[in-house]
Design a protein around this ligand. Sequence first.
Ligand code: NAD
Ligand code: UFG
Length: 335
Amino acid sequence: MIILLTGGTGYIGSHTAIAAIAAGHQVVLYDNLSNSHAQVIEKMHTITHQKIPFVQGDVLNTELLYKTLVEYKIDAVIHLAGLKSVKDSSEYPINYYHNNVSGTISLLQAMSRAGVKKLVFSSSATVYGEPQYLPYDENHPTTPINVYGRTKLQIEEVLRDLVDSDSTWRILALRYFNPVGAHASGLIGENPQGIPNNLMPYVAQVAAKELPILHIFGDDYATKDGTGERDYIHVMDLAEGHTAAIDYLINHEGFRCINLGTGSAFSVLDLVKSFEHVLGSKIPYQISPRRHGDLPKYFADASLAHELLNWKAHRSLLDMCHTTWIFKKNSKKGS
Ligand code: NAD
Ligand code: UFG
């Protein structure tokens, strides 16, 4: 198949493109480079030994999307383009609704006109909100506690309504848990601008001595060691989940939401210990107050993905830390 990846030069998009090529697909990248760099495409060429077409454009540009879909004879779209900062989403809600929700509607209009009706959408575990039970399965109530999560939930609702109105559409919304790690080559990975909000890139910067100390946001939660617990998933496992989703769409109609997680929760201290093991030295940290809006613990029921997609995450927390560190060392050398 020929697959268009919106957000294709981003963290998850670049890894997903590589997994799709490894599975025998052709890919085209579409991105406005608002949160990524064109240099990643060169790295992707090195990894795949292939030239990967890239179109610089915004998903809000329906006309350019339509032309791209037609010109490259696209069969299916993986829609990863979006803004993802929980913090920014509460400061700039209109920006978030416009980019994420209106951007998806623009894509759907272009796809409809071009007759491309297979779509995999990047959703998030944040659609669930306060856990009423754990692990979250796909039937867990969806009451997101931040604007970012509400943009994802609204998009899921648009997608469900679309499939209800026209059964020739085939759409999967993949609810990611906490993607971390990097491609084993260490050539591509997560490279946030400024001070990272998320745990793994922050730990990597402390390990590289770019930041002095890790602040652990709370050690008095009702969790195994008092620190927050999450379902960290290796980005290459997540990427392979997308190719499994594309395979599923070839033979199945309708709309489904599917969790992509490992089904296990690790604490902040588990992750720090794992990283220290890879590093061979200590990560300095201090316990700081809880971060506003953080949930103590959540993780996926990953059984539906196994049942429907025949997919399971298999890479370990150690592998997530190891590849993060290889990428970090490589990008330091390059900078
Ligand atoms: P990322 O920021 O690295 O990648 C997103 C890409 O989309 C960037 O390259 C950015 O330039 C591009 N983009 C943003 N708005 C665009 C627009 N209007 N038009 C064209 N391109 C645009 O983020 P990521 O971590 O790779 O996330 C990819 C998707 O997965 C996002 O939709 C995100 O919400 C979702 N997601 C991410 C996580 C996570 O923890 N990383 C968790 C759950 C869901
Ligand atoms: N944490 C720290 N110190 C830090 C950063 C994080 O102690 O410097 C802790 C947090 O308190 C939390 C855990 O590490 O307990 C994980 O935090 P992250 O920020 O890495 O991840 P979150 O689970 O808070 O959020 C992520 C994405 C969101 C997404 C959500 C659900 O950032 O965009 O997962 O998928 F919505």
